[in-house]
Each structure stands twice: as structure tokens, then as C-alpha cells.
Design a binder for this molecule. Structure first.
Ligand SMILES: [Zn+2]
Length: 257
């Protein structure tokens, strides 16, 4: 049985593309609950697959990236419906930014959901020298262990920067699930064997209908996303990070979301 993974960021009444309001998140969770979906963290999904359990017919994995302070409130909304979620934190963002979780809040969050890694500096791991990428993976995990007393088994790749080497190193460093930003459905056996979890972003501009299309695995939605992904991957292989970012900025100017 295939399933989707949702990727949220800050849960706030903000103006950023990636800001989803608390009311939107509540609407999404209420809809999932009403439709009989089981919504879980990446760690819970992995545990199910390792046990060899069949996934529920209506199943979705919930993830939140970066480490915003709003994650505490988001976790409460998610948990209210009996769901769970993964929260992927970037160490330096949490240590340096006021709107991110402080150590006490990271500990609190680890009681409410699965806390995983999202690098130390939020760099694109696939564009870093290999040993530097490995250090990011390792140090992010050490920081979570020191802060929460728990070992992180899940992570997501900052800016979706992932390749075979990053996945291999992440698994060697102790991450069993590595979330990317590829807008594609997941199949249980593949997640179990590769460790890679495809994730679809949820943005402020997305309607509830958009979220429904993602989680119900609407073929047309994924066909379009798949084509876009292949184009982007092709560009990434021939361009450096600065060029990719410049192109993304240009695209945003030309095609407002
Ligand atoms: Zn991020």
C-alpha cells in the first residue's frame, strides 16, 4: 500500500510561502481524522514496517522541518487526534534564532513526538564535501541525544539535498529514515530497504483540496510533480547551489505561487 508524507514548516499566521497557519493545520488534521486516516511520525512508520505489519489502507506520515518554536503547538494539534509526527530540527537554527526551539523546548517536544535531525547548518548535504556532510549528520544527532537523552533515528535533508552518498552516510550514522523533498508517494518495502522517505510540501497557498490530492495519491497530481522533479534533478546535476537558487528565485518571480 502506497502512502504520502506531508512536509510542513513553521505553523504560524505568517506571510511566508512555507508558513501554514494553526487553523490550516487543524483543518488538515480534522479532515484526516474524519476520513479515517492514520497519521504517524516517520519513526512510527518505520517501526510498523520493521514489524512486518501491513499499513492501514488510509495512511499518511506527518513531518515538520527546521525547528520552529511553533512545533510545540503543532504537536498538540496533531496529538489531539491521536496522531503523531516527526519534527526535524537544525541544530544551529535552534541555537541561534529566537523563533526556534530552545533546549528545554526541544526536550518538551521529544515528549510529544519524534525528534529527528535536519543537519547542523541547514546546508544542502549533497553539495558539501563528503566529510563535511558526514560531520553535519553526526553532530546533529549528537546534539539531539545530548538535549533530549534520546537517539534520533529519523532525519530530513535540508533543502531536499540528497543523493546516494548522503543516504549511505546517514544510515551509517544511525538514521533509519531519511526524508527528502521529492514529491512522490512511498511504498513500504522501498522505505524499509532504502531508508528514503519521499515528502510533499504543504504551503500556505495550498487549499484543503490540495492536501486531499496529496494524501489520496491522486495520479494526476503526482504525474505533474514527477515531471517537475525530473527536470529539477537534471538541472542540479549540471548546476551548482548558487545557480539552482538563482533559478528558483527567478521562477518564483515569474510564476507566483
Ligand atoms: Zn529545512
Amino acid at each position: 500500500m502506497a502512502f504520502a508524507t506531508l512536509m510542513y514548516h513553521d505553523v504560524i499566521d505568517g506571510s511566508g510561502e512555507y508558513d501554514v497557519s494553526p487553523a490550516q493545520l487543524l483543518e488538515h488534521m480534522r479532515w484526516l481524522d474524519g476520513e479515517g486516516y492514520v497519521a504517524e511520525s516517520a519513526a512510527a512508520a518505520r517501526a510498523r514496517l520493521e514489524r512486518g505489519d501491513a499499513l492501514p489502507e488510509r495512511y499518511v506520515v506527518l513531518t515538520f522541518d527546521d525547528g520552529f518554536r511553533s512545533f510545540l503547538r503543532a504537536a498538540e494539534v496533531v496529538n489531539r487526534f491521536g496522531f503523531s509526527a516527526s519534527f526535524f530540527l537544525t541544530r544551529d537554527l535552534c541555537q541561534e534564532r529566537a523563533d526556534h526551539l530552545d533546549p528545554a523546548e526541544v526536550r518538551e517536544l521529544s515528549e510529544l513526538g519524534d525528534v529527528g535531525g535536519h543537519g547542523t547548518t541547514h546546508s544542502m548535504l549533497s553539495k558539501l564535501p563528503r566529510e563535511q556532510a558526514r560531520a553535519e549528520l553526526r553532530e546533529a544527532r549528537e546534539w539531539i541525544q545530548q538535549t533530549t537523552g534520546k537517539a534520533a533515528t529519523t532525519m530530513s535533508a535540508p533543502q531536499g539535498g540528497i543523493d546516494r552518498n548522503v543516504v549511505r552516510m546517514a544510515r551509517e550514522e544511525g538514521y533509519a529514515v531519511i526524508g527528502n523533498s521529492r514529491e512522490w508517494p512511498n511504498r513500504g518495502p522501498q522505505v524499509l530497504s532504502s531508508g528514503v522517505l519521499h515528502r510533499v510540501p504543504v504551503l500556505r497557498s495550498h487549499s484543503l483540496d490540495h492536501v486531499k490530492r496529496i494524501v489520496s495519491l491522486e495520479p494526476r497530481f503526482y504525474a505533474r510533480r514527477g515531471a517537475r522533479f525530473l527536470l529539477r534533478e537534471a538541472l542540479w546535476t549540471v548546476m551548482n547551489e548558487e545557480q539552482v537558487n538563482r533559478l528558483a528565485r527567478l521562477r518564483k518571480r515569474l510564476i507566483p505561487q
